[in-house]
Design a protein around this ligand. Structure first.
Ligand SMILES: Nc1ncnc2c1ncn2[C@@H]1O[C@H](COP(=O)(O)OP(=O)(O)OP(=O)(O)O)[C@@H](O)[C@H]1O
Length: 299
């Protein structure tokens, strides 16, 4: 079982986890910030950032992932789709080390997960919960937590404060920096959680249903924010129920059903009747005898 990492969703990696670490890259050195390398995005030749092979995992004694293969290459924006309970959250939680794999292989930035320590390269926005609304912290404090993995326990420096400010501006929350997070609407709260992940200037951004329960205005801000991350060369894995305003950004969709991948390719189009709840989507490229793909876009 792998140790559970602390990543930019909250705390800096533990001292133990860093014991055999090689010196991490500075944000200035990371590929995500190197515009000359940006053309590699979405290329089949780009190196894999996430590689799950035959991944299996169980929760509460029940198999939830049953042999998942998922590759996300540098610069790609991949949507993980599927009906409720198909295993999407479990798959991304296994990628960030919160759910141990019982079998298969996970590599991050071409490093076996058991040896991966460079969590500052990863930004994770978990599925939204209401738990944080009771936390007596300001918006700036929550977003600043996203720098901890980069600061490595050192006091915040000008670069840290600037990154926090930039992240707050990106999600349109700069004017709320001093407000308690408990005073925010659901959509604003989600924007703060995304700003927390962005403050770490991650190369890989993983978001679990970032649009769920978010008002239209916040959705548009989040779509713009993501567009900006994609433009700077970030690699993105998104758990989504429907593509919605993010559709133009998605390079590829992976659809899960009952813990197995049933589609890996172009994002399914959800238009007209296909967008109605409960519709079983059949992808145009599916084999003739393939069962309908329940994309979970709206189910
Ligand atoms: N902590 C847990 N203990 C036991 N079973 C769990 C736990 N967390 C999730 N499950 C079960 O694992 C299965 C997959 O859950 P998961 O949250 O990964 O699905 P999902 O595709 O993300 O669903 P949703 O779209 O509803 O978020 C579900 O049947 C769920 O009930």
């Amino acid at each position: 079982m792998r140790p559970e990492p602390d990543i930019s969703a909250g705390a800096a990696p533990s001292t133990e986890a860093r014991a055999d670490d090689t010196p991490g890259k500075t944000s200035a050195e990371t590929p995500a910030q190197t515009s000359a390398e940006a053309p590699a995005r979405a290329s089949a030749e780009a190196p894999p950032v996430i590689s799950l092979r035959g991944a299996t995992a169980s929760l509460g004694g029940r198999p939830v992932l049953r042999g998942v293969d998922l590759t996300v290459r540098r610069g790609e924006v991949v949507a993980l789709l599927g009906a409720n309970g198909s295993g999407k959250s479990t798959a991304v939680r296994s990628v960030v080390g919160q759910v141990p794999l019982s079998g298969g292989e996970l590599r991050l930035f071409d490093t076996p997960s058991r040896r991966f320590r460079d969590w500052a390269r990863v930004g994770y926005v978990p599925q939204r919960t209401t738990a944080a609304s009771g936390v007596p912290a300001t918006v700036r404090e929550v977003v600043s937590a996203g720098r901890l993995a980069r600061r490595r326990l050192a006091p915040p420096r000008a670069a840290d404060r600037a990154a926090v400010r930039r992240a707050l501006e990106l999600v349109g929350m700069a004017d709320r920096a001093k407000d308690p997070v408990g005073a925010l609407s659901g959509g604003q709260h989600q924007r703060v959680l995304i700003a927390r992940a962005l403050a770490g200037e991650p190369e890989l951004l993983i978001m679990d249903e970032p649009m769920a329960g978010v008002d239209l205005a916040s959705q548009e801000i989040l779509a713009d924010t993501l567009r900006e991350q994609v433009a700077r060369g970030a690699t993105v894995l998104l758990v989504l129920h429907e593509l919605g305003p993010l559709e133009p950004l998605i390079d590829r969709a992976v659809v899960l059903r009952d813990g197995c991948v049933v589609h890996d390719g172009p994002p399914p189009k959800a238009v007209g009747q296909h967008a109605l709840p409960g519709h079983d989507h059949v992808h145009p490229h599916a084999a003739h005898d393939a069962e309908p793909i329940r994309t979970g876009l709206l189910t």
